[in-house]
Design a protein around this ligand. Structure first.
Ligand code: SPV
Ligand code: MN
Length: 630
């Protein structure tokens, strides 16, 4: 290290902190830290290693500087983001595009030079008088082929604290890797604060440098925009995975407990706020992860790991009946950060749909709140934000799967794709094979937008593999990687689609929240070929008698045949319109669409048209009975 750099770091770090940096023996880390100390000009730098003392230091800082406040239950805190900073900002999340690269039209990009100049301007001296935290975490289990070490620089102790809860520690992991430059980097500043929240959200930027594996985030606090290891790293990982032949996905991983002591692991992709966490947390099953998974092929099998060690989950509708495990963690002593909920005078957090009576007044993201409080436009301010969240460690949950930290991952026998779809897909169906599933269920996934991202809700959008917000390579290439992923695999995972949001013509939901528990058990049985299924033009659907038995066994509930009929009737006009929409996007807006995609969609269209000509627009599954199933 140059003399000048040593002097600068020594001036900003205590002796102990300086030693922690140097002990890593990694020039890349030193250069990175020095560069941003110079640019951001913090008052001091605190370097965290894997010690409990450093974790406690961060917790204390969050309370001292007001980024978090204590709640009534021991270990619980509340953090508020600014009024307009409570979801991911897709419009201002951009890839820095070097002159000679083509990322395809679907990605939001900014010229690299221009973007770097803009963001460097924002970072200049932004940490003056503040402390900069330098932290080390690991994506995936440590000591594993999946491990990806990361370095986070931030001036937010809330971001640092969240990462301690959400990720495995990575200081020792990085040290073991010697002078490697194979680590992801993130630089974040909340920017100028006013009443504790980012003031200049109009200058909120999340810029991703794929070549350097660095993400810059500024003038924002919402974790989806700031916590480097979450969605910022998913974008870096998608590219790395593409180069190295594995997959980085927006997926839960869970163990389904089948007959006897059989456990079958599934990975499931759902867009934000579409039931991913509640599926991963289903009663009777065990959770490996609820948001991001890496998948690798090894010795003819597919293995998955949870990239994270915690949950940044949605509070809305979490209640003791539907979510007993999470409810317990959120109402017992332990480390939990709540964000953007209402806090009563007694220090109790209230969110939307929690089932508890809301107090007359309290504090929420709008400041002092009382029933009937209105915003400037005269609209009611709800007591909590729709995208209010909790941050909790998976290790605090009773239903955590024992394989969570297995460096090998879990052998994955099924993949689920689920979207928010009120009118087309049945509650569950299975693809004919891998290619059919990847194309008609993964690449064709449509979902209605939600409060997890800024912008209008309820707009139907194509969201391939539920990962569209994080795809950092040309879309056709991303899909092709999936198609090729099972080459050399003995038995490719079964692919399923689920839809928890199907409605009847009157707009009434056709399934109940708890019905997920039945669909997942059916998938487990299908993976193991324990039940037959009915072959329809869009996939295999359950036989009524199997679901009836599962409803009785799992939910102790009757399952009338009329419910089955409404849920599983094939909706031909809606399916055909969907194929047309999707084909249009892939032929006109994506320049590198794999040819097979268009063919497989055309085949599905033909099957639907033949069925429509024979049986009419709406076809009950019994019509297709008697056709062969594997
Ligand atoms: C999502 O929106 O998909 C989340 C939360 O899991 S965020 O951290 O915002 O990505
Ligand atoms: Mn997510």
């Amino acid at each position: 290290m140059e003399e000048e750099a040593v002097t600068l770091l020594k001036a900003k770090c205590s002796e102990e902190n300086y030693k922690k940096l140097v002990a890593l023996n990694n020039p890349g880390v030193l250069d990175f830290v020095e560069k941003y100390v110079k640019l951001c000009h913090p008052g001091s730098v605190y370097v965290c290693n894997d010690s409990e003392d450093d974790r406690q230091y961060i917790r204390n800082k969050s309370l001292e500087n007001g980024e978090e406040r204590k709640l009534a239950i021991e270990g619980h805190t509340i953090h508020f983001d600014g009024v307009n900073d409570q979801a991911r900002d897709k419009a201002n999340t951009k890839y820095l595009l070097p002159g000679d690269t083509d990322l395809g039209a679907s990605l939001n990009t900014v010229d690299k030079q221009e973007g770097l100049e803009e963001i460097s301007g924002y970072f200049k001296n932004i940490m003056a008088g503040r402390e900069m935290y330098v932290l080390f975490f690991c994506l995936g289990p440590t000591n594993s082929e999946f491990s990806l070490p990361c370095v986070q620089i931030t001036d937010s102790s809330y971001v640092a604290h969240s990462e301690y809860i959400l990720y495995r520690r990575g200081y020792e992991q990085l040290k073991r890797m010697g002078s490697t430059n194979r680590f992801f980097r993130y630089v974040h500043s909340a920017g100028v604060l006013e009443k504790g929240v980012s003031k200049n959200v109009d200058k909120r930027r999340i810029y991703i440098d794929l070549e350097e594996a660095i993400v810059y985030s500024i003038n924002t606090q919402y974790a989806g925009n700031t916590v480097g290891l979450k969605k910022l790293s998913l974008r870096l990982a998608v590219r790395k995975a593409s180069q190295e032949g594995w997959l980085a996905e927006h997926m839960l991983v869970m163990g389904i407990h089948g007959p006897g002591k059989r456990i079958s692991y599934l990975a499931g992709a759902f867009p934000s706020t579409c039931g991913k966490t509640s599926t991963a947390m289903l009663k009777g099953e065990t959770i490996v992860g609820d948001d991001i998974a890496y998948l690798r092929k090894k010795k003819g099998k597919i293995y998955a790991v949870n990239v994270e060690g915690g949950i940044f989950g949605i509070l809305r509708d979490v209640n003791p009946k539907d979510d007993p495990a999470i409810w317990e963690a959120l109402t017992s002593p332990g480390e939990v950060i709540f964000s953007n909920v209402l806090v009563s005078e007694e220090g109790i957090p209230y969110w939307l749909g929690g089932g508890r009576e809301i107090p007359e007044r309290g504090v929420n993201y709008s400041g002092q709140w009382y029933k009937g409080k209105k915003d400037f436009q005269g609209n009611d301010i709800p007591h909590a934000h729709k995208n209010a969240r909790y941050t909790v460690s998976l290790y605090a949950l009773k239903n955590v799967d024992p394989e969570l930290d297995n460096p090998e991952g879990v052998e994955t026998k099924g993949i689920i794709y689920g979207g928010r779809d009120s009118s087309i897909c049945p509650p569950v169906q299975e693809a004919f094979d891998w290619v059919h599933g990847v194309i008609t269920m993964g690449a064709s996934l449509e979902s209605e937008t939600t409060a997890a991202t800024l912008g209008k809700e309820g707009v139907r959008q194509l969201n391939p593999m539920s990962n569209i917000d994080f795809v950092s390579i040309p879309l056709g290439k991303y899909i092709d990687n999936h198609l090729k992923f099972v080459e050399g695999v003995d038995v490719p995972p079964s692919i399923f689609s689920v839809n928890y949001f199907l409605k009847d013509k009157g707009g009434k939901y056709l399934t109940a929240m708890e019905d997920k528990r039945v669909w997942i058990k059916w998938m487990e049985l299908r993976i193991n070929r324990d039940v037959e299924a009915i072959k329809t033009p869009t996939g295999y659907v359950p036989q009524y008698e199997d679901l009836k038995r599962l409803f009785a066994e799992v939910l102790d509930k009757d399952y009338p045949e009329d419910d089955y009929l409404k849920q599983f009737t094939l909706r031909i006009p809606e399916n055909l319109a969907k194929i047309e929409r999707i084909t249009e996007v892939y032929t006109r807006k994506v320049s590198d669409t794999p040819e097979v995609l268009v063919n497989v969609l055309a085949e599905q269209k033909e099957r639907l048209e033949i069925a429509g000509a024979k049986y009419g627009d709406y076809v009950p599954p019994s019509v297709f009975r008697g056709q062969e199933t594997p």
